[in-house]
Write a protein of this length. Structure first.
Length: 353
């Protein structure tokens, strides 16, 4: 297991992170994702820690708070010292029926950090993240609330999830001007099938020194290797993709990528999921990839990605088949900066590079 610094902080996090969205009974459209009880959650936490993972990500909204409770319960049952695990949680999603039951207002964030800590059975979290952009609350209000949470010792670092690049940049500028706690990280969707993040977010992350935490690295399970192309181009096979499929994926474009990943996996003796995750670990803007699982064998497979070093020709094949179409101003920036483009160092060198 390798470890990366989280953004500009001195905090080392494992390049693979255990996600807890499967912990507890979920309702509504995410019911197919959750379902794990205390013993099952404990087994996954134990397996992740044994593999060298020191980073666990949860959220107040996962299974209505049950995921946080089960995470804290598992760590206590395993006798894990608090300082040995980096724990992240999130707030902003709907947690109450009233008009203040969601968002990034001071009222909501201050209440939710206390509720999260109570469920976790802890005095602090290492990373507290705003889960989504709130167009109603002034950003200064949210930043002041996060700063107070850090100053009070209830969180060590703060970050955001699912924000646009301009929103993050605005927040960084305001925090610097007002002397408030700075974002350490951004949690975002990123896969070989969904590289839109590379247009604006990735350059901003590198320029500003923010860590990237990747969610849904297997595109909702599509890259797990158990789906085949159906008669109408759909994903045919059994899995939660049938029940939970809110990620927009261009399947016509996806199948050639899947074919290449499967070919590389077969040739190198890896699973397709491992190759998809290993590709992410080679990207210079990625700090940690969040892995979710329902069974120990699933987690063991994806954790195996940490031991894979893709070859230069493998990375070139994947990039060629999955690269984004050029959009303005991206193509003009490439054209005008060709002589001044900064070199980007990957997280890990490719074999044969």
């Amino acid at each position: 297991m390798r470890y990366n610094l989280l953004g500009k902080t001195g905090l080392s996090v494992s390049e693979l992170c255990l996600g807890t969205m499967t912990f507890g009974e979920s309702a509504g459209r995410f019911a197919a994702i959750g379902g794990l009880g205390a013993d099952e959650a404990k087994a996954l936490v134990s397996a992740a820690l044994d593999a060298g993972v020191n980073f666990i990500d949860t959220a107040n909204v996962y299974s209505g708070g049950a995921a946080e409770a089960l995470t804290g319960q598992a760590l206590r049952a395993l006798g894990v010292a608090r300082a040995e695990v980096i724990l992240a949680t999130k707030a902003a999603a709907q947690m109450g029926d009233g008009p203040n039951g969601a968002g990034m207002s001071r009222h909501h964030l201050m209440a939710q950090i206390d509720d999260s800590l109570a469920r976790l059975g802890m005095d602090y979290v290492d990373l507290y993240q705003i889960h989504a952009w709130d167009p109603v609350t002034p950003i200064e209000e949210a930043l002041r609330a996060l700063d107070e949470i850090v100053r009070s010792g209830r969180a060590r670092y703060v970050g955001v999830s699912n924000w646009a690049a301009w929103q993050i940049a605005k927040g960084l500028g305001i925090a610097e001007r007002l002397g408030l706690a700075r974002f350490a990280s951004v949690q975002a969707y990123y896969t070989v099938l969904g590289r839109e993040l590379e247009r604006e977010l990735a350059p901003m992350l590198l320029a500003e020194g923010l860590g990237l935490l990747v969610w849904s690295p297997l595109a909702g399970g599509l890259l797990a290797g158990k789906y085949q192309r159906g008669a109408r181009g759909e994903a045919a096979g059994e899995g939660r993709l049938r029940a939970v499929n809110f990620i927009p994926i261009d399947m016509e474009r996806a199948w050639p990528v899947i074919d290449v990943l499967r070919d590389i996996a077969t040739a190198r003796g890896h699973s397709m999921a491992q190759v998809a995750i290993a590709w992410l670990l080679h990207q210079p803007h990625v700090s940690s990839v969040i892995l979710g699982a329902k069974r120990p064998d699933q987690l063991a497979d994806t954790l195996g990605a940490s031991a894979i070093e893709l070859r230069a020709e493998d990375l070139a094949r994947i990039d060629a088949v999955s690269a984004l179409a050029k959009e303005y101003p991206g193509w003009m920036l490439d054209f005008t900066q060709v002589f001044r483009a900064p070199a980007q160092t990957p997280r890990r060198p490719a074999k044969g590079a």
